[in-house]
Design a protein around this ligand. Structure first.
Ligand SMILES: Cc1cc2nc3c(=O)[nH]c(=O)nc-3n(C[C@H](O)[C@H](O)[C@H](O)COP(=O)(O)OP(=O)(O)OC[C@H]3O[C@@H](n4cnc5c(N)ncnc54)[C@H](O)[C@@H]3O)c2cc1C
Length: 396
């Protein structure tokens, strides 16, 4: 048998986080291989669609601070690749300010913004209608507007990260699936459906597929997969919106959470996204996704638009879905850590998966490489690491 080709670092999964990790490793002089089972255009995993919310407010101080690192990293990437990802169109959070959701909680986030001296404005019920165009909301709804929040251009991010990784000499293999990773005292063997590679470290950024990749070495991350609906409505006036999220009490049938965006800054059209955030009917595997919105979601988001957003046509022009991989434990936002101490030679395996992580992509990539090479990150994300309870040794 031919000797396996050697790379200092292999990345399993060429989504945005994997590409960011590849670029960060190559920038430190490492030889890097990225193995992606589909293609680098995305859409199969959790990075489908045109836009993602960009916000500085978090209910946790370390995560808000992390957005500031991410902002610097996105700016650096934009300067290097001439592709702008972050558009600061503002971020509006409103609703019941004591209501908690997987997005956070308004009053807790306000305390963090105060602590970090990040500017924001309070928005009262009247302004939600007159200034921001949300009508007939309950009288006790109010919120905050954070002007440096906004929207992330998903395609620009992907091209910038791909460009950067390719320019730094990373080997980019699409249409190739990693079947197995096997760390040992001298390195890691990576088996794919096309062959075998040897490397010093492996970074697993396989999104919703991460549990399947890790189970083979006896480490599990506990992710729950939801196929979320994304709907687009046509504007019928000149109105524009900031990026927004409505915090509401759950109904008997769903979480009653809705979010949306303004006009797309990088495209000259009159469509805006308004979507429900209903974490319901989890799927066992990304392959189980129906690739069609749930009727319930469509009905409810249409009702929300009809009742509160009169500047939009009442029926969506288009709706699709994307699979979110969220930590089952709502107390943690994502997994980012190495398997050091969990399995033999685990320090050679680093994992980043799950959560609302698009905004953090460049710092996640860098943190993965720091964990692999330095054993720790400069971001202090220990609480997101893999824990002893993550070790199962069993296959799902
Ligand atoms: C509807 C929706 C809305 C969201 N909104 C926001 C938001 O507003 N703000 C925010 O910050 N985040 C948001 N997120 C989360 C964010 O989109 C994800 O955190 C991010 O896109 C994940 O990127 P990734 O690179 O980790 O995963 P992915 O993009 O899923 O990439 C994983 C890659 O690994 C590949 N792969 C898997 N298994 C293998 C294998 N065995 N071998 C080779 N390759 C493999 C897959 O093909 C895939 O390309 C949202 C997610 C969804 C679904």
């Amino acid at each position: 048998m031919l000797d396996a080709e050697f790379f200092d670092l292999t990345v399993v999964g060429g989504g945005p986080v994997g590409l960011a990790a590849a670029g960060a490793a190559a920038a430190r002089g490492l030889s890097v291989l990225v193995v992606e089972r589909f293609d680098f255009h995305g859409g199969h995993g959790s990075s489908g669609g045109a836009e993602r919310q960009w916000r500085l407010q978090y209910a946790e101080t370390d995560l808000s601070a992390l957005t500031l690192h991410a902002r610097t990293a996105w700016r650096d990437l934009a300067a290097r690749t001439r592709r702008r990802v972050v558009h600061e169109t503002g971020s509006l959070w409103f609703g019941d300010t004591t209501q908690s959701s997987s997005e956070g909680q308004i009053e807790a986030a306000v305390a963090v913004l105060d602590e970090l001296e990040i500017a924001y404005q309070r928005v009262d019920n009247d302004e939600l209608r007159t200034r921001y165009g949300f009508h007939d909301l309950p009288a006790d709804y109010h919120g905050i507007h954070q002007p440096q929040g906004g929207v992330l251009d998903v395609a620009a991010a992907r091209w910038a990260l791909l460009d950067s990784a390719a320019g730094l000499g990373c080997a980019l293999h699409s249409g190739e699936t990693v079947l197995d990773i096997a760390p040992d005292g001298n390195g890691v063997t990576v088996h794919t459906d096309r062959g075998r590679y040897r490397c010093g470290h492996v970074v697993v950024t396989a999104g919703a597929w991460t549990p399947a990749v890790l189970d083979r070495i006896g480490v599990s991350v506990d992710l729950t997969l939801y196929e979320l609906t994304q709907a687009h409505f046509r504007l019928r006036t000149d109105r524009d919106y900031p990026t927004w999220f409505a915090f509401q009490n759950a109904t008997d049938t769903d979480s009653n959470l809705f979010y949306g965006f303004g006009r797309t800054p990088w495209a000259d059209d009159d469509l805006v996204q308004v979507s429900p955030l209903f974490e319901a009917d989890p799927i066992a595997d990304p392959a189980a996704a129906r690739r069609a919105p749930r009727e319930h979601d469509l009905r409810r988001v249409t009702e929300w638009v009809r009742d509160h957003m009169p500047d939009l046509e009442p029926q969506p022009l288009h709706a699709g879905t994307c699979v979110a991989a969220l930590p089952t434990d709502h107390g943690r936002q994502f997994y980012l850590g190495s398997a050091a101490g969990l399995v033999p030679d685990g320090e050679r395996v680093v994992v980043c998966a799950g959560g609302w992580g698009f905004k953090f992509v460049p710092v996640f990539g860098e943190a993965c490489v720091q964990l692999a090479l330095d054993g720790r990150t400069r971001y202090g994300l220990e609480r997101s690491g893999l824990t002893a309870t993550s070790v199962t040794g069993a296959t799902a």
